[in-house]
Design a protein around this ligand. Sequence first.
Ligand SMILES: C[S@@+](CC[C@H](N)C(=O)[O-])C[C@H]1O[C@@H](n2cnc3c(N)ncnc32)[C@H](O)[C@@H]1O
Ligand SMILES: [Zn+2]
Length: 298
Amino acid sequence: MANNNHVSIWVCPVCKLPLTKPCIGPEKNSEGTLTQQWLCDNQHSFDIAKEGYINLLLPQQKRSPSPGDTKFMVSSRQDFLSQGYYQPLSEKITELTSSHLGANSILLDSGCGEGYYLQQLIAHKSDIHIFGIDISKEATKIASRLIKNGHFAVASSFNLPVLTNSIDCLLRIFAPGDNIEAARVLKKKGVLIVISPGPRHLFALKKLLYKEAKEHTPQEALDNFSLLDEEKVSYRLEVKGAKQISQLVSMTPLYWQTDKTAQDNLNTLASLCTEIDFVIRTYRPIKDNAWANASIKQ
Ligand SMILES: C[S@@+](CC[C@H](N)C(=O)[O-])C[C@H]1O[C@@H](n2cnc3c(N)ncnc32)[C@H](O)[C@@H]1O
Ligand SMILES: [Zn+2]
């Protein structure tokens, strides 16, 4: 799987064989230059986009032509996060993940978005191998552009095009994922770190949007994993400006549930003071011998 210069975790989404080192492909792209490709032994090939990512999402794995976060959602999130509103969370993620990662460890961020947290992690810990997948091409493109020494693919977290038993740390930050897939790709001593909203997350914002705001329900135990650690990051956040408030909404599932009237109400606000409440859980996969011979989900 690895020498220090070239590490790969990718498998072919068609036949599940490992994908090997990029090579120059026979096809020219629209700009007339030869494309670089990843190849499996069955000669299935995947072009490398000019930003550096590969698209390993097969058409039959898509539920819509452009799955995942849209260009608007991605750029709203990027703008909002760049103003430091979630910096305390980012620092905690960096501290926690670093404590599980020795030199040359392999980290996969599943549903990585545009790589906000990965950027900060790699600035602090440069001796690890960073991989990220997201089902949104727009998000993956930006992550790949921003993190030159990371490796990115458009893919689904429910069908990871990733070698079994290959990952030291799997990150899942406000993103969906499949726990059987997570346990499959993790090494026996690997960890899954899940960041999700705590009960009071954005409660004041919800009260503005709904007649009856409800607290988030705590996550249940994960099958195939044991809980190693649980931490909270909580603080009060003041968001200034209607544009920034609307960017915050578009980063969350509230975006899909906010009607025009509620959106108009938000647009009249000059600032918003709300709760930030994150829960960070670290899990270890429960692996029996079956995993040693497990093959990737078909
Ligand atoms: C709320 S955003 C979080 C992004 C990033 N982790 C962050 O916190 O900045 C959720 C992300 O999950 C991605 N996503 C949604 N469904 C997915 C799937 N089935 N597989 C991979 N990514 C998915 C979306 O495109 C989006 O980028
Ligand atoms: Zn193949």
